[in-house]
Write a protein that binds this ligand. Sequence first.
Ligand SMILES: O=C(O)CCC(=O)C(=O)O
Ligand SMILES: [Fe+2]
Length: 286
Amino acid sequence: MVTNHGVPEALREAIMDACKELFRLPLEEKKGYMRAKPMDPIRIGTGFYSVVDAVPCRRDYLKMFSHPEFHCPEKPPKLREIATEYATCTRALLLELTKAISESLGLAGGRLSEALNLESCFQILVGNHYPACSRPDEQAMGLSAHSDHGLLTLLFQNGVDGLQVKHDGEWLLAKPLPGSFFVIAGDQLEIVTNGRYKGVLHRAVVGGEQSRMSFVSLVGPCMDTVVEPLPEMAADGRGLEFRGIRYRDYMEMQQSNSINEKTALDIVRVMHQGDMLTCQGGSAST
Ligand SMILES: O=C(O)CCC(=O)C(=O)O
Ligand SMILES: [Fe+2]
């Protein structure tokens, strides 16, 4: 969690409101973005990628790429200005956090930025809406278990809990401090740190009387960068845990398939003798 982050509360409220307005627009206005393919820069939909989701996911989402190029639906009209400001503000915060992470690993603050070309970083904004559900369907999830494909994800919600994080084999409900953001480590951070940081498994549950909203800002490496473990992170004898992969290819693979928990990462994981893959069911997101 990060507090005292400098992102104004009014801006957080504004982006959430604009997003709510977008979900309320008549279908006609949104249809053009609903047939979008996984790598299209603006997508509106239900579920994760509805064609491949294993269990019904009670989620409406808006996904828009915001860096290096900014994309945004035309309506509601206020969305563009608010999202531009939100993207700029949260990107600066996320890049600042990558410096702290570099330093936490005993590296120079700019090391991750230099290795992953973060001046041209990828950024996506995602608005999630989980409708209230008074008769919860046992099978239904808000969003099934996944790890995020990027480096770091910043998330806040509308005051209704529902984010769960897997810790020591158990799903724990994440409770935010007032005004804070959740920070979620993604798959690229696991790859580049050679497993020192782990892509966090998380999911969103539904079932409450109140509708829930969350808003995500995620940064990843430059899309054309081949992401591989930093040599400094593999110098302790264990060797490389992952092979290199272009971030764009990783994202495409993760977004297009019905993949089980961690299987996108397992595709680039170097298997050592005695290692076992664990696939426990779930899918991918953002
Ligand atoms: O709504 C949430 O709390 C989780 C959203 C999420 O994990 C995502 O958009 O990737
Ligand atoms: Fe996520």
